[in-house]
Design a binder for this molecule. Structure first.
Ligand code: ASP
Length: 368
């Protein structure tokens, strides 16, 4: 189904299309919309595996993170600032596999990965295999804002962090008893480091601000028991994180190797962008023509949005392909048309979303 947005936007196309709307009848300016979605990891998350206390703790943490991001967006702040503020809260919460609470490598160290992308100019920053920085998302942001590079790794990235004056912590800051037990179990049982249930808790956020700009960010400790400098999808722009004002913002969580192979985050954005352009052309063909065979009006990109069902279908299709390859996990999305949602093939995903229309919801299990 094709839907048109009634608005009075000027003829600017693409990179900032959905900024303001106005009511054509009474001339009253409506405030432009914003939306945000967050995740705290995906995996075999079933009711019988989580105590009511833990369930409540996770929901409170997700709400706190959503509220931080929503406050930035409600005040007219940028999507990239909202994503940063949201992820800092989740990194500081020991329940998630990012910052404090990150999983351990085989050698019982922490190697953190993070990335962030601004959909307004496609600028991006990422760090891989770092430690010492309290909030890896701030280091990814510093790479984006203050270096000529997109991705830094290991000791060099740690040094850049110190030079940027970011808050440093001792190597044992990230540790929690739960994560220590996980690595001890894994080493004792020789469980595969790829076991999805030994790593869930990666965090991410995607947002659209009132100026129509999109942003995405992801932060993780990676996989419990990882070795040999293994890097997952979370710091890979196009795999775990992607944002483009012309299509969407995506943050992923799950078995990183598969997300890298499919280029999941970019793949979803590319399909949305292509579908949107096609849908505009299809809609134009339905516009009546005048006696000289000219269209009576030209459908403008800024007046056109893809329906919720199409966005969801595109995300679900890519996650189905991920599953067919053998990967598990999920993504959160936000679009320039204020849609914010999820797609995942695991039994649960810690997740939440909020919009300027007053929605705020968090969920854990697949059936809610
Ligand atoms: N995708 C992350 C990684 O592979 C882990 C996760 O999201 O659970 O490093």
């Amino acid at each position: 189904m094709i839907r048109y947005l009634l608005n009075l936007l000027g003829p600017t196309l693409l990179l900032s299309t959905m900024a303001t709307t106005a009511n054509a009848q009474d001339g009253i300016e409506e405030e432009a919309r914003w939306s945000i979605a967050i995740h705290g990891g995906a995996g075999t998350i079933d009711r019988d595996k989580i105590t009511p206390e833990k369930d409540a703790e996770i929901r409170a943490a997700l709400n706190q993170a959503l509220e931080a991001g929503s406050a930035v967006l409600e005040d007219g702040g940028s999507a990239i600032d909202a994503v940063t503020a949201t992820i800092i809260i989740l990194e500081n919460n020991p329940n998630f596999n990012a910052g404090k609470g990150a999983v351990f490598t085989w050698d019982k160290t922490n190697e953190l990965d993070s990335s962030i992308m601004d959909g307004s100019d496609l600028s991006a920053g990422a760090v891989a295999g770092i430690n010492g920085t309290k909030n890896p998302i701030l280091l990814a942001r510093a790479v984006k804002d203050h270096s000529p590079h997109v991705m830094l790794s290991g000791e060099g990235a740690n040094q850049f962090s110190r030079e940027q004056g970011l808050e440093q912590v001792s190597p044992d800051y990230y540790a929690t008893p739960y994560r220590l037990k996980q690595i001890d179990d894994l080493r004792a049982k020789k469980v595969s480091a790829a076991d999805v249930d030994y790593k869930f808790g990666t965090v991410g956020a995607v947002a659209q601000d009132r100026d129509g700009n999109m942003a995405a960010g992801t932060s993780t400790g990676g996989m419990t028991g990882k070795r040999w400098g293994r890097i997952g999808d979370s710091p890979i722009i196009g795999a775990g994180t992607y944002a483009d004002n012309r299509s969407c913002a995506i943050s992923a969580t799950g078995s990183g190797e598969y997300f890298i192979r499919l280029g999941v985050a970019h793949e979803i954005c590319a399909r949305i962008r292509t579908r949107w352009q096609m849908a505009i052309r299809e809609a134009q063909l339905t516009v009546p023509k005048d006696k000289d065979d000219n269209y009576t009006y030209v459908i403008h990109a800024s007046e056109f949005q893809l329906p919720d069902e199409e966005i969801q279908q595109i995300a679900d299709d890519v996650i189905a392909e991920l599953g067919a390859l053998g990967g598990d996990g999920g993504i959160i999305y936000a679009t320039p048309w204020s849609q914010a949602g999820y797609s995942f093939n695991t039994t649960g995903m810690y997740r939440g979303r909020a919009t300027s229309e007053g929605e705020q919801s968090v969920a854990i299990y697949g059936d809610e």
